[in-house]
Structure formats: C-alpha cells, structure tokens
Design a protein around this ligand. Sequence first.
Ligand code: PLP
Length: 379
Amino acid sequence: MKKRLFTPGPTPVPENVMLRMAAPIIHHRNPEFMEILTRVHEDLKYLFRTTQPVVVLSCSGTGGMEASISSLFKQGDKVITVNAGKFGERWGQLVRIFTGNCVEESVAWGSAIQPERLAELLKENPDAKGVCLTHSETSTGTAADIQALSRVVREQSDALVLVDGITAVGAHEFHFDDWGVDICITGSQKGLMMPPGLALVAISERAQDIINAHKGIPQFYLSLKKALKSHAGDDTPFTPAVSLVIGLDEALQMVRAEGIENIWTRHENLARACREGCNALGMKLFSNSPSFAVTPVWLPEGLEWSAFNKALKNKNGITVAAGQDDYKGKIFRVSHLGYYDELDMLTVIGGLERALKEVNFDFEIGAGVSAVQKAFLGS
Ligand SMILES: *Cc1c(COP(=O)(O)O)cnc(C)c1O
C-alpha cells in the first residue's frame, strides 16, 4: 500500500531533496559546505522577506523558540503570550521558565487574538518587554493577523514582537521587515518540505542589539548570540546537521523556482478546496479564522475517531493528525503544508470518503471529490 502523509509536520519530502541528503557526508569546515551554507543564508532571507540574518539551528522548532526567549530576555522581564492552542501555550511555558514573568492571554481554541484586545493588554502592561504570537496555530488550524498585531505592538510600545511562524512560513503571506517583526521562527519539517531537525530564526536589527549585549539568562548551546556571531562569517558555532543543511539548500531552490508569492497563493487555494471538500461531505469546520497550512474538521456526531482513523490508515494508507488536548477524538486535522498540489487534495478528500464509507457514515459518494474539482476547475 502506498503511504501518504497529510500531517502538519513532518510533511512530505520531495525526491530531489531526499537524493541530495543521501550523498556522502562532507565536512562542515570544507569550502564546499561553506558555499552551500552561504547560499542557504541568502535564500532564507528571501523566504522570510528580510535583509536581516536568519540563523540555522540544529534542533526542532521549539529549540528556536527557547533560544529566542533565553537570548532576548532576563530574569523578571515581563512578556505577553497568547494561548489559543498548544503552541501559544508553549510560548507561555518557556517565558515562565526563563523570565518567571508571563502575562498569558487565553483565547478560545479555533479563534485568533484580535488586535484591539492586544492593544488593551499592552495598555495594561506598559512594562512588557516582549509579545509572543503564533501566526498559524497548528493545534487549531487557526491563523492570526500578524501584520495588524505587530503594528499594534510597534505603535503602542517598545516591546519586541516574537512570531512562531513554524507552520505559517511558506504558507501565509509574511513580510518580516515590512511588518516590523523582531523574531520569526520556522522548522524544517513544516513548510520547508524537509525532515525534522532544523530551526530557522530571523532576527531584526534591534533584536540583534539586545542579543549581543545580553548577559541575562544562563545558556550555552541554544544561544542566538553565538549563532549570530558565526552567521556573520557564514558559519555555525557547532557542528551543524550537515545533511539537513544540504537538503535545505535543495528545498530553498524549489522555493526560489516557484516564487514565494506563488507558494502563498497555492496554499490558500489548497486550503479552500480542502474546506469545500469537507463541507460537501457534511462535516463541519473547526476554525473561524482558517490557516492555509492545516484544516481542522469536527468529527461528525457518532463517528468514532479510532475506527475512522484506522479506516484511513490501514485501508487507505492515509495519515492525518488527531485533535489535541480537549479536542482529542473530537476533531481531526488535514494538512496541505509544503509539498502538496491540487491532485493531492483530490486524493485526501477521496481517502476521507473511502474511510467514511468504511465506518458507515451517511454521505453522497463523490460529493467531496466533486467539490474539490469544482474549487480548482470552476463551475
Ligand atoms: C510544530 C510546531 C511547533 C513545534 O515545533 P517542533 O519542531 O515540534 O519543536 C511549534 N509551533 C508550531 C505552530 C508548530 O506547528
């Protein structure tokens, strides 16, 4: 059986990326590798829409979040975080551990924080040193308006704007420089179509100044100060994940070839078609501000997650993501982040139909696939 991955990280890896990574290992201080890293550094600027450095860390996305908090703040610094799902919650956990002074705003799952609410929070906390946001909250498939939120922070305060862009970079329009963002993180196994293992962190000029003067929180390995210093010479402070950096070079060539604006549009279109396919099958959508990376869907009344998932996986080779926390067994999430095209959406909705049939859910066969076709082909 052919296996097909529809999860928002890890995401499918293109064949040419896999082939590049399969080549014999080279030494990271060789000119050959330095040349690759130099190109990766340039192409990452293109991806994030920035002229500022984007550092490559050998860790998953969370390592990039941790490095940012521990490199920018000191014990006692007040930082505002927004908990609208698992990953916004993670910002809060990190801030509580490293500064011990977190103002956490809770937002209902499936919704995003509104700029007006953030403005109030900043008014109530004029001493906040940072605001941590999540562009695409993967646990709820919900996108926040980072452009508007960042503008509010920049207009009302000197707080730094930190964005978890882990499932947004490469899926949603994003302009690091123009939107006044100070830190944006992504991970290799999301929109970048790579295996897990790299975090990429874009760092603004004022964030660089703070990081370089920083001697607050004890840290050693996950240090943006060290990473920035090496980055200036297109180098890394420690042995990088050489094969992954080489794969990233290949993935970034694909990004360049398609064009970042086209990639954003493709994700928006795939997400819309996926939503229309699910709607046509009589399934309700979970998010009121849908992400272009992942579509969360309510499990229909009476449909048991484990039976449905088994039908998807064992009979059809399709892996989707389950709901998390309170929504375990209540929702499931279909990814279209990274290496996906229009025919992939026909496949996954067709797969959902086959699994629904298997568990005797009542729907019109072909309705979902037909809606996806219409979304792409019109009429
Ligand atoms: C996947 C993800 C993370 C965590 O990344 P890891 O690579 O698992 O450490 C953080 N935030 C968001 C929005 C994610 O989707």
